[in-house]
Design a protein around this ligand. Structure first.
Ligand code: ADP
Length: 249
């Protein structure tokens, strides 16, 4: 489903964020991407939908070569990719329902979107996802009047309202109280199991990755240093990933 071959990213300032990454993720997998801060997790996720433009290599999603898409093709592709940011990226001045409806914009002609002319089905899908994340009581509440955890749930509902084929979540719990991590990952896991939608989530806390993911990709200084089922990540490898010692792997 997602096939990455020899992916690399060098930022304009010369930082080599990713080196020669090759990995394939089958449809319906739940993958945790782990590694120290600065290891390349976020850049990896962003290269998959070209929020970051890869410097080399190939990214294929569902047989489509993302790295070659024109701007309009890329827009069509992105409507099937839900991206969840650490900082939620909501429109804070508008209510929950309208924020979640933004997830439907990719399905509307631009003029309808600009006028907010959503269809009955758009409303239905949006409300279904608001219910899923447990915010039906807050549908009319402005986003900036919600707690951080609630705002992230709105962001997740927005991504799910896209009816995505894949979900990319970039440390969605990082700016929240650690106690909320289970709620956020629980919603993603439930959706993954119910719809067989592929989920890739960057997780800083290994214990969470172990509990929620089936498979782990570990990055260290821009290199993929572990790719396998959770059970295979033994204490020794774990130490090496977090100690930053590449040579020993
Ligand atoms: P992680 O998500 O694992 O914390 P990142 O993917 O954010 O890691 O970063 C990988 C490396 O790329 C780091 O050295 C980071 O400083 C660098 N980096 C990220 N974004 C940029 C950018 N826009 N310009 C230059 N360097 C960047």
């Amino acid at each position: 489903m997602i096939e990455v071959k020899n992916l690399s990213k060098v930022f304009p300032d010369g930082t080599q964020a990713l080196s020669d990454i090759s990995v394939s993720v089958p449809k319906g997998d739940f993958v945790a991407v782990i590694g120290l801060s600065g290891a390349g997790k976020s850049t990896f996720l962003r290269c998959i939908n070209r929020l970051v433009e890869p410097s080399g290599g190939e990214v294929k999603v569902g047989g489509q070569e993302v790295t070659r898409l024109s701007l309009s093709e890329l827009q069509r592709f992105r409507r099937k990719v839900g991206f969840i940011f650490q900082q939620f990226n909501l429109v804070t001045r508008i209510p929950v329902l309208e924020n979640v409806l933004c997830g439907r914009l990719g399905y509307l002609p631009t003029w309808r979107g600009l006028l907010g002319l959503f269809t009955e089905r758009d409303y239905q899908v949006a409300r279904e996802q608001i219910r899923r994340v447990g915010l039906n009581e807050k549908e009319r509440t402005r986003a900036d009047q919600l707690s951080g955890g609630q705002q992230q749930r709105v962001a997740i509902a927005r991504a799910l309202a896209q009816e995505p084929d894949i979900i990319l979540a970039d440390e969605p719990m990082a700016s929240l109280d650690p106690r909320l991590s289970d709620v956020i990952l629980g919603i993603l896991k439930e959706y993954n199991e119910e719809k067989n939608v592929t989920v890739l989530v960057n997780i800083h806390v290994l214990e969470l990755a172990r509990r929620f993911a089936r498979r782990i990709l570990a990055f260290n200084k821009g290199r993929l240093v572990f790719d396998g089922p959770v059970e295979q990540l033994d204490a020794e490898r774990e130490k090496l990933i977090y100690a930053g010692s590449l040579e020993a792997l």
